[in-house]
Design a protein around this ligand. Structure first.
Ligand SMILES: Nc1ncnc2c1ncn2[C@@H]1O[C@H](COP(=O)(O)OP(=O)(O)OP(=O)(O)O)[C@@H](O)[C@H]1O
Length: 239
């Protein structure tokens, strides 16, 4: 059996009176690709932030690579790639300057991959030297994804990574994700509302509803014999 890369136990988080996460217990094994689903406001971003230790939980917590998320060593940190829903890129830099900045922070950096992705994702020409503030939403999202993939992380946490991408951009990104997972056994958890993409890549899905993971498993097994589409299942589970 493969090791658990993420171990979440009894995770609770409220904002004021609103109980958003209500005792989540969830282990994610190495190499899993999990699509996290839930209605708007279900708490997906909150869960991803808490599991990474970026947001303090009220109770419980998570371990990443066997270490408490709030006290990761440098090696564990260098093995995580995260794309937040609203990425906070340094808008006054150019893409090249931004990537150089991050390159200096990581012990490992795959420049060949960065160059290839910049080329294939339309950021190698004029866009490479434009101020990030002047890039389109989709271009910024591509840059954010390149930044998250550049250090060959073993764990990728992506909060609606393809929301601003056009269909071609989404397909390119998903192909990159699949090849990375296959090559390096990367563990991926990503939230999305684009169910067709999930059907393409997510081998597993998890539904967050009422502050808990109410259903999870292999997508084909969840749908098997039910004569339901993923959209039908989503509506059913998140009622
Ligand atoms: N800093 C905050 N202060 C108060 N309430 C918050 C805060 N952050 C999130 N919330 C609330 O917590 C709930 C969950 O928000 P979250 O962003 O985690 O949902 P989500 O599932 O990611 O939604 P979406 O699909 O719309 O992105 C929402 O009702 C939101 O209003």
């Amino acid at each position: 059996m493969k090791p658990s890369i993420i171990e979440i136990s009894n995770l609770r988080k409220a904002f004021g009176q609103q109980q958003v996460l209500q005792g989540i217990n969830w282990n994610i094994e190495q190499g899993k690709v999990i699509g996290l689903l839930g209605r708007n406001g279900a708490g997906k971003s909150t869960l991803l932030e808490c599991l990474l230790g970026l947001r303090e939980a009220d109770a419980g917590g998570s371990k990443l690579f066997g270490q408490p998320a709030g006290a990761l060593n440098d090696e564990a940190r260098a093995n995580i790639g995260y794309v937040p829903q609203k990425s906070e890129l340094f808008e006054w830099l150019t893409p090249v300057q931004l990537l150089d900045y991050f390159k200096a922070l990581y012990p490992r950096w795959n420049q060949t991959k960065v160059d290839g992705l910049m080329q294939r994702w339309g950021l190698a020409g004029e866009a490479a030297t434009k101020q990030i503030s002047k890039l389109s939403g989709g271009e910024k999202q591509r840059l954010s994804l390149i930044r998250a993939l550049a250090h060959d992380p073993k764990l990728l946490v992506l909060d609606e990574p393809v929301a601003s991408l056009d269909p071609v951009g989404r397909r390119d990104f998903l192909q990159e994700l699949i090849s990375d997972v296959i090559e390096r056994d990367t563990t991926v958890i990503f939230s999305t509302h684009i169910l067709s993409d999930l059907e393409r890549v997510a081998l597993d899905v998890a539904f967050l509803q009422g502050g808990k993971i109410v259903l999870q498993g292999a997508l084909d097994e969840l749908l098997e014999g039910k004569n339901l589409s993923l959209e039908d299942l989503f509506v059913e589970v998140t009622k």
